[in-house]
Design a binder for this molecule. Structure first.
Ligand SMILES: CC(C)(COP(=O)(O)OP(=O)(O)OC[C@H]1O[C@@H](n2cnc3c(N)ncnc32)[C@H](O)[C@@H]1OP(=O)(O)O)[C@@H](O)C(=O)NCCC(=O)NCCS
Length: 403
């Protein structure tokens, strides 16, 4: 076995994201059809890949029942037209599902067991509401293993506001508004659309095509945000305007060893440098990406100053702000989520990790002066996940984030 292979991100795509619920564009679309559509799009974009060279398919979902059950990686592979010889499996690490699909396939490539793998995730939060069907062990609460606040993500975000008084509602709202404005600007400049795979959708009006993220609110103002209800606590600070919305969507990526990518003539959009996952107190799960990033930086022998581009999942504004404060980064730093984030685009739990990677890859192509980038996210029940990537287009002169 050729151990110690370099892992590369060949390509990543996603469906447009939809608003969860009866009025959302995917209400009549199956969750597995979302991931299958994304996989077909990925394969069509990479015609040089012989389909029988895919060694494995890892697909994540948080709620693995119904149309998100039955070992998604295997069912999606068959439905997407991969040969029956290609195996597949399902992954769950809640919000970091797709990220864990990527790191798991990457581990197999780095070990030399695989040359090529497909990794992604899906969540149809309309058909599978958060926590539906879960039966948490009563010991969690009776033995005070976790605070009751730990089981509601919005309440964990309120707890972060409590813990860090400098993270005011005003800062969270401003961050939420900035996310909306940045996504609108990125759409206007055509930055997001190239990596979207349109999905045929059915509604009472007949057949249509989903081509855009449905949750965007480009006209968001601070005045409008100030009037929103605080659903997780009376007089709280977390609102629909500074939280990610409930979302339906799927994402998928193609990973390979550097040698296999070269052999097959596949693009190399990013090189994986390191990754880390970490646990924190579940009632403040939003700070999870801080220790996971510290772990990933340490493994890579890098410091935060080496990172020239950040794609941070915006589960809640306050949670990203806690990360930025910890690392001494300004709320409006242009290196952070330059094309906006989950507050505007949406956060289909187990799907989001690969969206971050796909956007980082596109930014790397535009910014050859950036050498390293970070994708990071918080995870329910108190975890964080981080992956550090290197830009293959990097050229040293006058570089930001050069080591
Ligand atoms: C916050 C949350 C409860 C809001 O749910 P919701 O009430 O269904 O959200 P809506 O989109 O209907 O927004 C609520 C209201 O705010 C308004 N609103 C939302 N965003 C707005 C914005 N940016 N500007 C102005 N108004 C806005 C909506 O128009 C709506 O107004 P209405 O009640 O007059 O119709 C829900 O999005 C949520 O739970 N988010 C967190 C998801 C989560 O935990 N993910 C996992 C993370 S770890």
């Amino acid at each position: 076995m050729a151990q110690g292979a370099e892992v590369v991100f060949v390509d990543g795509v996603r469906t447009p994201f939809g608003r969860a619920g009866e009025k959302g564009q995917y209400w009549n679309t199956r969750a597995d059809d979302l991931i299958v559509k994304a996989m077909i799009g990925l394969l069509e974009r990479n015609p040089g890949l012989p389909k029988d060279r895919v060694d494995d398919v890892a697909i994540a979902a948080t709620t693995q029942t119904g149309d998100q059950g039955l070992t998604l990686g295997r069912t999606a592979a068959i439905l997407a037209g991969l040969p029956l010889s290609v195996p597949g499996y399902a992954i769950d690490r809640m919000c970091a599902g797709a990220m864990t699909s990527v790191t798991t396939i990457a581990g197999a490539i780095a070990f030399g067991a695989y040359d090529v793998g497909i990794a992604g995730g899906v969540e149809h939060m309309g058909r599978h509401p958060m926590g539906a069907g879960a039966d948490p062990n009563p010991r969690f609460l009776s033995e005070k293993l976790v605070s009751p606040d730990a089981l509601n993500m919005g309440t964990t975000a309120e707890r972060l506001h409590d813990r860090f008084p400098s993270l005011t509602k005003e800062r969270s709202d401003r961050f939420g508004m900035l996310s909306q404005q940045r996504v609108a600007a990125a759409y206007a400049a055509g930055k997001i659309q190239p990596d979207l795979i349109p999905v045929a959708i059915r509604s009472e009006a007949g057949w249509g095509l989903a081509t855009e993220d449905e949750g965007m609110r480009p006209d968001t103002t601070m005045e409008g945000l100030a009037t929103l209800k605080t659903p997780f606590r009376p007089h709280g600070r977390v609102t629909a305007g500074n939280a990610s919305p409930l979302t339906d969507g799927a994402t998928v990526s193609l990973l390979a060893s550097q040698d296999a990518a070269k052999e097959l003539g596949l693009s190399i959009k990013m090189k994986m440098v390191s990754f880390g996952f970490a646990g924190v107190a579940p009632e403040v799960m939003g700070i999870g990406p801080i220790p996971s990033t510290e772990k990933a930086l340490k493994k890579a022998d890098l410091s935060i100053g080496d990172i020239g581009a950040f794609e941070l999942n915006e589960a809640f504004a306050v949670q990203v702000l806690s990360f930025l404060d910890h690392f001494g980064i300004d709320d409006e730093d242009p290196r952070v989520n330059p094309w906006g984030g989950a507050i505007a685009i949406g956060h289909p739990l187990a799907g989001s990790g690969v969206r971050l990677m796909t956007q980082l890859a596109a930014q790397f192509a535009e910014q050859p002066d950036v050498r390293y980038g970070l994708t990071a996210m918080c995870v329910g029940l108190g975890q964080g996940g981080s992956v550090i990537w290197e830009n293959p287009h990097y050229r040293a002169a006058g570089s930001k984030g050069a080591k």
